[in-house]
Structure formats: structure tokens, C-alpha cells
Design a protein around this ligand. Structure first.
Ligand code: OSB
Ligand code: MG
Length: 374
């Protein structure tokens, strides 16, 4: 098996890049348009690996932020990396074991290690993890809109482009009433909702009523840390619950499956601590037959390339929240960008090493508002 050998990581650089979303994205926890995105660059010999952090300025999705991430890398992870021999990217899990939580931080450093490892060994992440699909089904996640007419237009556009399922963000006051109208226009489409933890078990009647809309699943209706109330809710409704925020590790996944709190899992490699942990969830899904799909955090090309590679695993059987690059930012930091095929899929790059896309370092440097060398 390929190895890093005895080479150590020589330099660790962080870049804080400003990116503008083409359209503001509204969820039950906030609106995003101008994104600050933290990138990491690891260097070994003449090879470079990149990773993208999905934590943002505020701790609104998880407890992590750009600053907590930079702090951990500057003070702990960066210095540790520079004095450790890693044999394989999965060894990184052991290195960062003393750090509790902070999955997003661990994940993007690990991504850069996978990219670097792939480049040193001439293998793509797709090959390294045992990817099995050359095309992955693409879904679209639509933010909360001011009015239904706008939402209907956005759904129409997405269907024209052949996106394979539509996910709508909901929040109290913008749920069954919106679904009623959307289902009037689109009685047959594959539809699901995501509440980003905006409800509590006392709101269960809302979800009992939601059963009539024939949704593929309801994503993360209750608290971001909860399992047990989701299990109680699942007993009351027939639509499958799909956990997002509540699953931060393979252990969370195991507990949630055993308690029937989740019948489908949205796997975000960034939320569970990285590709290695994702591979463990893939194994669990093989055993339990729970379908997976890959979620998104409005990633730029770097995080997107990783999500695409991971979605090629056999257990990722449902449409993913991985839309084409052009839907998100006005600038691109990878080449080529991800484009939607006519059948609503994205092709998985399989041959080029590491993340399998070129990273445009000049653009990254140009758009950086802060650079840190560790
Ligand atoms: O809950 O899945 C989510 C974006 C930011 C934060 C949380 C979520 C999302 C999305 C967007 O739904 C998915 C995408 O990247 O297209
Ligand atoms: Mg979600």
C-alpha cells in the first residue's frame, strides 16, 4: 500500500478568502451571501494539498467558527503535524484524538492530507477510498424565499436543469402552507424539506400533517444535538426522518439508527470530522442498509471536489446536495468546475491525483484577506 514514507509536512498555510454567493441563502438559522472561507495548504516536497473549512464567522450551524478553527490549527494541529510522521491519511485521526469535538476543523485538515497523499502517490481520492460510481445524482437545496411565486420559479428552473430532487428549507410559519402551494404546482416531483433544528417535539402535529405531502424525508426537524426526540417523532409519522446536525460521528449514527431516530443519513464529511469517519459511516450503512447521501455547506470547488469523491461510494444512493459550481459563487478557485450533465448528474473525476481538480492558487492569494503561516 502507498505510504507517505518518512516525509513530514514542511509548511502549513491558512488563507481566509472572501467569496460572494450569487444569491443569498436563507435557512431557519440565518442568511448568507458574503462568505468568508478558510482554506489550508499543506506542503511536502514539491507537492501541495488543499482543504476547505465549512465553519463560518458565527457558530450558527455547529459550535465552530473560522476563528476557533484558526486557533486550533495555529496552536495545536499545525505544530503537531510538522513533527509527526504520518503513514496514511487515516493516521491523522489518532494525531487529533486529544482534541474533543471540532469536527469541521479536523475534517478540512484531513482533506488537505488526503489531497497531498493522493498527489504523492499518483492516486485520486476516488481511488483511495474505493469509489464505485462515475456519476452521482445531483439535488438542489433551495433557501427560504420571500414569496411562493419566487420559490415556484426557482423550482421550475431546477427541474428544467434536471436536478433529481428539490429540497426546501422550512421554519415555523413557512412549512405546511408553503408545501401546500408547492405540491399544487408540482404534485409528482421528488421533494424533501430541511428545518435545520427549528422545531421541538411539542410541534409534532406540524409533521403529522406533513405526511400528506409525500416527502422523501424530513431533514433535522428538532434540536441540533438530539436523538431521542427524533425517535419519538419518527414513531408518530410515516415520512422518514433524515438527521444532519445531530450526527457528528459514526457513534452518533449507530445510536440514531438503533433508536430509529433516522432512516436516512445526510453525511457531510465536514460535519463528522473527515473522510476517515465518513468511511466508517459507509461501513455502518452497508451493515444496516440505511441509505446515505452527501450534504453540502455551500462549499467552493475544493470542498465540493471532496464531496463529489465521497458520494461515489456505493452507500450514497440518494440525490446529494451537490449542485453545479455555477449555482454558488461568482468566482472559481478550481479548474475544471463542476457542471451538471443533461441527466442531472455530476461526473466524478477519477484519474487526476488527490482532489482531482486543479487548484488556482493565484486566485486564492488574490482573494485572501488574511494569510497565516504556521
Ligand atoms: O442544512 O444542509 C444544510 C447550507 C448551509 C448550512 C446547512 C445546510 C446547507 C444546505 C446547502 O442545505 C446545501 C448545498 O451546499 O447546496
Ligand atoms: Mg441540513
Amino acid at each position: 500500500m502507498s505510504r507517505f514514507g518518512t516525509m513530514k509536512i514542511e509548511s502549513v498555510n491558512l488563507f481566509l478568502v472572501k467569496m460572494r454567493l450569487r444569491h443569498p441563502f436563507r435557512t431557519s438559522f440565518g442568511i448568507e451571501q458574503d462568505a468568508s472561507i478558510l482554506l489550508i495548504r499543506l506542503k511536502m516536497g514539491n507537492k501541495i494539498g488543499w482543504g476547505e473549512c465549512v465553519a463560518r464567522e458565527g457558530p450558527w450551524y455547529s459550535g465552530e467558527t473560522i476563528n476557533s478553527s484558526e486557533y486550533l490549527i495555529s496552536n495545536f494541529i499545525g505544530p503537531w503535524l510538522k513533527k509527526t510522521d504520518l503513514d496514511h491519511p487515516t493516521d491523522f485521526t489518532e494525531l487529533v484524538k486529544p482534541i474533543r469535538g471540532n469536527q469541521m476543523t479536523k475534517a478540512f485538515v484531513e482533506d488537505a492530507i488526503w489531497d497531498l497523499f493522493g498527489k504523492i502517490n499518483g492516486k485520486s481520492i476516488y481511488e483511495l477510498i474505493g469509489g464505485e460510481k462515475s456519476k452521482i445524482p445531483s439535488g438542489i437545496s433551495l433557501g427560504i424565499q420571500d414569496d411562493t411565486a419566487t420559490l415556484v420559479k426557482k423550482i421550475e428552473n431546477a427541474l428544467d436543469r434536471k436536478y433529481q430532487r428539490i429540497k426546501l428549507k422550512i421554519e415555523p410559519g413557512m412549512d405546511n402552507n408553503v408545501l401546500e402551494q408547492v405540491r399544487d404546482y408540482f404534485p409528482e416531483i421528488k421533494l424533501m424539506v430541511d428545518a435545520n433544528s427549528a422545531y421541538r417535539i411539542k410541534d409534532k402535529d406540524i409533521f403529522v400533517k406533513m405526511d400528506r405531502f409525500d416527502l422523501m424525508m424530513i431533514e433535522q426537524p428538532l434540536q441540533y444535538y438530539d436523538i431521542i426526540d427524533h425517535a419519538k417523532l419518527q414513531k408518530e409519522i410515516s415520512t422518514p426522518i433524515c438527521l444532519d446536525e445531530s450526527i457528528k460521528s459514526v457513534d452518533d449514527a449507530r445510536v440514531a439508527i438503533e433508536l430509529d431516530a433516522t432512516r436516512i443519513i445526510n453525511v457531510k464529511p465536514a460535519r463528522v470530522g473527515g473522510i476517515s469517519e465518513t468511511l466508517k459511516i459507509h461501513e455502518l450503512a452497508l451493515e444496516t442498509k440505511i441509505p446515505l447521501w452527501c450534504g453540502g455547506m455551500l462549499e467552493t470547488g475544493i470542498g465540493r471536489a471532496k464531496n463529489v469523491a465521497v458520494s461515489s461510494l456505493s452507500t450514497f444512493s440518494l440525490p446529494n446536495d451537490i449542485s453545479e459550481s455555477a449555482r454558488y459563487y461568482t468566482d472559481y478557485i478550481i479548474d475544471p468546475i463542476f457542471e451538471l450533465n443533461a441527466d442531472g448528474t455530476l461526473s466524478v473525476p477519477q484519474k487526476a491525483p488527490g482532489l482531482s481538480v486543479d487548484i488556482k492558487e493565484e486566485v486564492i492569494k488574490q482573494k485572501s484577506v488574511k494569510k497565516v503561516e504556521i
